[in-house]
Write a protein that binds this ligand. Structure first.
Ligand code: TXA
Ligand code: MG
Length: 355
């Protein structure tokens, strides 16, 4: 669908001390049905008034998002939940006490008034309170819960810098608040609290270990581990779409670190002799691949949170380098490493080699 060209206003804000007039202005745009991109602690979001079905529909148009993929509603206070959810189970309250504001999205039964544009017709709604001063100030200024998916074109990499948002959405949205790079770097954990036991539908900034420590048993949806969707009806519609994809095909190599390094060198050599330019996604504490291809370092493998923070920028780097194929080293699926590996598996779209 073609989208009318809009003059996108770009405003820099100090994330620790956002100027009240800039935030009030952006809040007014939201109240008037406009679209504002803003930083959260995970990735940049593309916000609209969640109660305004037409404004939410515009999010889908601007992103080219499939209509059956529901969006997360962001709140600045728990009192805003009463208009959104039918009930808050005790366990969900415990999670909110422990992790809000923070990178945890909770799926709850939707309240009656919630627009179908938000839920994509599901009986549930995803809610989260972001841990970012600009996001919280904007939601407060708007005075309404804010529906916001990641601020990228559908299927592209999520934005961790305002510049990434401009690359995808300049001319399609009213405004962008630039609060600098986001911290966590991967999206929030999506946890379904409407089933018998809590289920992680998307791993993210809050780890499964943290959730288990708080709730006891937490189930990890099988699609999270495979990184691909092969069921009839995914529990989270977003799962069935290719996501997080850099332009070049990505091959993910997993297993013992030394064997992985050997395999990557072998494949790089074969690709180069076929005349293709090779990119290698690696870590600061991995072996040196500089002779094998164009190396991009995403972070330190022993500290998966540094890899999460650098992952999307690293993948975008390969677009700029113009490589023909990307070889990525796997990580331990511990802590936020589970979220990083889930995104790499999705980016690989099934091209995974286990050595
Ligand atoms: O960190 C984040 O969560 C970012 C920032 C902006 O808050 N947002 C984000 O939104 O990643 P989005 O739309 O890119 O991803 C939301 C995911 C999708 O996979 C969607 O299918 C799922 O949450 N989701 C939303 N509502 C749902 C629902 N009612 N039931 C199941 N899954 C839902
Ligand atoms: Mg997204």
């Amino acid at each position: 669908m073609s989208v009318d060209h809009i003059n996108t206003r770009y405003i820099k804000v100090d994330q620790n001390n956002p100027k009240a007039d800039a935030i009030a202005w952006a809040g007014l745009i939201l109240r008037q049905g406009g679209l504002v991109a803003f930083p959260t602690e995970t990735v940049y979001g593309l916000g609209a008034d969640a109660a305004n079905a037409r404004a939410v529909a515009r999010i889908f148009e601007a992103k080219g998002r499939p209509p059956d993929n529901p969006v997360i509603v962001h709140v600045a206070s728990r009192s805003q939940l009463s208009a959104l959810v039918a009930s808050v189970p005790r366990e969900a309250e415990i999670l909110m006490d422990a992790f809000w504001p923070g990178p945890l999205t909770i799926i709850l039964p939707a309240g009656r008034g919630v627009s179908e544009a938000v839920t994509a017709g599901l009986a549930t709604v995803a809610v989260r309170m972001p841990d970012h001063p600009v996001a919280l100030a904007l939601i407060k200024a708007a005075g309404v819960p804010v529906a916001a998916p990641s601020a990228n074109l559908s299927g592209k990499l999520s934005p961790t810098h305002a510049g990434h948002v401009l690359q995808d959405l300049d001319g399609r949205i009213e405004a962008i608040l630039d609060g600098g790079p986001t911290g966590v770097g991967v999206e929030s954990t999506v946890l379904d609290m409407t089933a018998e036991a809590p289920v992680i539908l998307r791993p993210g900034g809050i780890t499964s270990e943290e959730l288990s420590a708080c709730l006891g048993k937490v189930i990890i949806d099988s699609d999270v581990i495979t990184g691909c969707y092969d069921g009839e009806s995914p529990r989270s519609p977003g799962m069935k779409y290719t996501h997080y994809a850099p332009r070049a095909p990505l091959l993910l190599v997993t297993g013992n670190q030394q064997d992985v390094a050997l395999k990557i060198r072998q494949i790089a050599c074969a690709e180069k002799s076929g005349g293709r330019r090779v990119g290698i996604l690696t870590y600061s504490d991995s072996s040196d691949f500089s002779a094998a291809g164009e190396v991009v370092v995403a972070g330190c493998r022993k500290k998966p949170e540094t890899v999460a923070a650098g992952l999307y920028t690293a993948l975008r780097c390969f677009n700029e380098l113009g490589v023909d194929v990307i070889l990525a080293e796997g990580l331990d699926e511990k802590g936020v490493g589970l979220a990083v590996m889930n995104r790499l598996k999705k980016a690989a779209g099934g091209r995974i080699i286990e050595v």
